[in-house]
Design a protein around this ligand. Sequence first.
Ligand code: BDR
Ligand code: CA
Length: 316
Amino acid sequence: MPRPVLIDTDPGLDDALAIMLAFASPELDVRGVTSVGGNTGLQHTTENALRLLHLLDRDDVPVAAGADTPLVRRDSRPATEVHGEEGMGGVRLDPAPRGADARSAVQLMTDVIEQSTEPVTLVALGPLTNVAALFAAAPRTAARLERIVLMGGGARILGNTTPTAEFNIWFDPDAASRVFAGGVPVTMVGLDVTHSAVTTPGDWDPLRGGGRMAEALLGMVDFYTARHVEWSGSDRTPQHDSLAVAVAIRPELVTTRHLHVDVECAGALTRGMTVVDLEGLSGEEANTDVALEVDGAAFAQLLVGRLAELDARLGA
Ligand code: BDR
Ligand code: CA
């Protein structure tokens, strides 16, 4: 039976691929998508989510808008240099025939979790503002989640936004800290594994000459890869958010350790750092399954294979 999932996201180019992977995968039953400000503003991330679902012929799945700004910080800046001003790397997707759901993101999450006969997995691909808001507004509902699989942080590879912080955690450290401490099982898919979950331009050859989904996707991949080449000098581009979805599909793609994780909210140099107690020094109880190794080849094969199949199903 497919696993019921909610996706919280800030599309965002790698978010877009991750959303495609989720809808391409029979193991997952996506019951709702919630948007959050992060890579770009909420107005764009919500619109992008709606347009992506329209591209995938999934206007039936509710999309609800969440928080535009972090819980506390007012100095977080978007990652528009990586994703473009509007978040889709300049790729123009057709408008959706609908707007966002009338419910808030927290209300949609609450409804999906409460109405599901099976526990729901929440896949979080952006800053954790909406997820922390769910814990605050409806703690008993949040406690019914099967698990949160989140893209964020790092245990040994610490930063891509500052030397010690990954973007999603850096953007809203207060929210992240509450989510790790929230008592729901968490799998942390951080930079330790996403930096080894890469695609190169040649990996996308199976989609060249494909349908409209492939055309949009290749435009996104080109922009995202070019930014990565500028940043790192390499075209081996991490597909951060797709790995989190892939872990929800096939947990065995990563090797995890159950460890205590906390987030530095106030540090002058280390704001947004995930402090992962690899050596058990804190005396704190483990609260997170931290992904430390990944089968990168199996991941890339899953990602490209599933997206090619979905594009073929959607046709021209
Ligand atoms: C994360 O930051 C965002 O820019 C990406 O979408 C991903 O969720 C990687 O650090
Ligand atoms: Ca993201």
